[in-house]
Unconditional design. Structure first.
Length: 212
């Protein structure tokens, strides 16, 4: 077992950057959506906002990737700790704590299953062995928002690829804005999940021995 605190702080900080980048993208995207429907268009103003729009894409992508890497490291460590708490309390092998995020299709439900097992095993008051099955509304709410946020993103990409005019382009932008809103909500819940689970494992470890 190792303490989750260091990784937990890093994940929360990076999730904060993700939220900040998403808010920036939301503001710039809403302005671009309005400008693309305006008549007449001030070209100088449009060019300035389009440049910011491109920068918002860079910011959201970079913060997402950086946060994703550190989050998976935190998630894997949480799974390893939980195995020490409840060796028989897991429905999936340890490797899925990483591969569950990477393998297409199964990444829609595998990380949630791992998270629920870890949450159950990390609950103070349980004993070594098989952890009692218990659902977490917080984990389910976070995971639902995360999965739902990918739907408008996929639709926006498809509509943008097939767009033949301004109306389709603006429709794709509107779906992207919706996705960003959902992503912000999911990131906020992710912060709560990370903080809560990190605290649960710390208290659980103190029932046995202090973590290094």
């Amino acid at each position: 077992m190792r303490s989750l605190r260091g990784l937990g702080i890093a994940v929360v900080a990076l999730l904060g950057l993700v939220i900040a980048a998403d808010v920036f993208a939301l503001v710039v995207g809403a302005r671009m959506y309005a400008l693309r429907g305006a008549e007449p268009v001030d070209i100088a103003v449009y060019d300035r906002w389009e440049s910011l729009y491109r920068w918002s894409d860079v910011a959201t992508m970079n913060t997402f990737v950086a946060c994703g890497v550190v989050f998976i490291l935190w998630f894997r460590r949480a799974r390893i700790n939980a195995e020490a708490f409840a060796p028989d309390g897991h429905s999936l092998v340890r490797g899925w704590a990483v591969w569950g995020w990477i393998v297409p299709v199964v990444n829609l439900w595998i990380p949630r299953r791992v998270a629920l097992d870890v949450w159950s095993a990390s609950t103070p008051g349980t004993h070594l062995g098989a952890a009692p099955r218990q659902s977490s509304g917080l984990v389910n709410a976070w995971w639902t928002l995360w999965v739902v946020s990918t739907v408008p993103t996929a639709l926006a990409m498809w509509i943008h690829a097939e767009a033949e005019g301004l109306a389709e382009t603006r429709q794709a932008m509107a779906l992207t804005l919706l996705s960003v809103l959902l992503d912000i909500a999911a990131a906020v819940l992710a912060v709560v999940v990370v903080r809560r689970l990190t605290a649960l494992q710390h208290r659980k470890a103190l029932e046995a021995v202090p973590l290094p």
